[in-house]
Design a binder for this molecule. Structure first.
Ligand code: PMP
Length: 379
């Protein structure tokens, strides 16, 4: 059967290949996946179980349970100063992934240009392509600590784009941006009338400074859609729950797509999420402490090995320079010879090549062993 040109034109995920190699091996330590090694907090799991025992297995409202949207609004206001109306400015989605896809389909017309800050999460470029838009890579630079600046936006020609998508804290670099730094990006987007799609799924994992959302900066709320979710901070990847927040016309249009495609996000997961927001701040704080400890460990180990490693300040990734020219070959040989999986940076787009993404969402003991193996491998 012939598949559509639109899908045919999008290559398979570059990360998958490494997962497949990794799956075939015993005793392999994976620093490849972007997924917490923790399980969801018990309180959230219990809430999900209790909802099943009560027989709550029906759809919810298209936009998600009202109670959950209220709790999301409270949580976002309290933590990030974002004020959104639970009725028409918040939609609960099947992972942040669905929110991003909805935004592309609801806001991008065929032929529109979407600037994609890179290196970045692998789903944005295909998302733009699936919606008929044209992705415009905006490579950030190691010397700018992988932050977006007016200069890199201008150099890439983003002034002609219709929208900009980015994630900070960043996957794969671990870079974060302060409010002052984001102000420069915000000014650029206002001047050139860009919509901003701000993926803030790692907001709770910012180690050096408080997370700032670009939507809180002057003139930005009306042109920004913010994505967040439960996968990372609450270790709930498999429950598939996220949310998007933005002006009513954007969220309304996204809901129009959602009501025909997804109907509603998973009900059991919505119960877990409601509890997570109400009762799991301490669990999140504890996981953040553990990630931060691992971050410091990984950075210090790379320094000991003499490998240049960018000082990641968020998410759960380190992004060292690859000791050889070909990071793809390095990663593949490392799997075969030392049974450690990392991901070559080129997979994450322009500016990523020559680096490796090393996830520290892995227990400290495994991290120690894996880094010893990397040290043996490079020596
Ligand atoms: N955004 C970023 C930046 C991510 O790293 C990921 C997961 N790797 C997602 C979105 C997807 O999140 P979810 O599980 O909520 O769909």
């Amino acid at each position: 059967m012939e598949v559509s040109d639109r899908v045919d034109g999008v290559p398979p995920s570059g990360i998958r290949r490494f997962f497949e190699l990794a799956e075939e091996m015993d005793d392999l330590i994976s620093l490849g996946v972007g997924e917490p090694d923790f399980s969801a907090p018990w309180s959230a799991r219990d809430a999900a179980i209790a909802s099943l025992e009560r027989g709550e297995t029906s759809y919810t409202a298209n936009r998600g349970k009202r109670e959950l949207r209220e709790e999301i609004a409270r949580h976002q206001a309290q933590n990030y100063g974002l004020e959104y109306d639970p009725d028409d400015e918040i939609i609960v989605t099947t992972g942040a992934s669905e929110g991003i896809d909805l935004a592309m389909r609801a806001l991008v017309d065929p032929g529109d240009t979407v600037a994609v800050a890179q290196p970045t999460y692998i789903s944005y470029v295909p998302g733009v392509q699936f919606s008929g838009g044209k992705p415009l890579p905006v490579p950030t630079r190691a010397e700018d600590e992988f932050k977006l600046t007016r200069e890199v936006l201008e150099d890439a020609g983003a002034q002609a784009a219709d929208a900009l998508i980015y994630c900070y804290p960043n996957n794969p670099t671990g870079a974060t941006m302060t409010g002052d730094e984001l102000a420069e990006v915000a000014a650029f987007c206002r001047e050139h009338d860009l919509i901003v799609l701000a993926d803030e799924i790692y907001a709770a994992l910012s180690y050096e400074h408080e997370h700032t959302s670009i939507a809180t900066l002057p003139g930005m709320r009306e042109r920004t859609v913010v994505f967040n979710g439960f996968s990372k901070a609450y270790a709930m990847t498999g429950l598939r729950l996220g949310y998007a927040m933005g002006p009513p016309e954007a969220i309304g249009a996204m809901n129009r797509v959602h009501q025909y495609t997804m109907l509603s996000a998973p009900t059991t997961a919505q119960h877990a999420a409601l509890d997570a927001l109400r009762n799991c701040d301490d669990d999140v704080a504890e996981m953040r402490t553990q990630y931060d400890r691992r971050r410091n460990f990984v950075l210090s180990r790379f320094a000991e090995m003499g490998i240049d490693c960018f000082e990641a300040s968020g998410a759960f990734y380190a992004f060292p320079e690859c000791p050889t020219d070909d990071s793809g070959a390095f990663a593949e040989d490392l799997i075969h010879e030392k049974k450690v999986a990392v991901v070559p940076g080129g997979v994450f787009g322009d500016g990523g090549d020559g680096h490796l993404r090393v996830s520290y969402a892995t227990g400290l003991e495994d991290l120690k062993t894996a880094l010893n193996r990397i040290e043996e491998f490079i020596s």
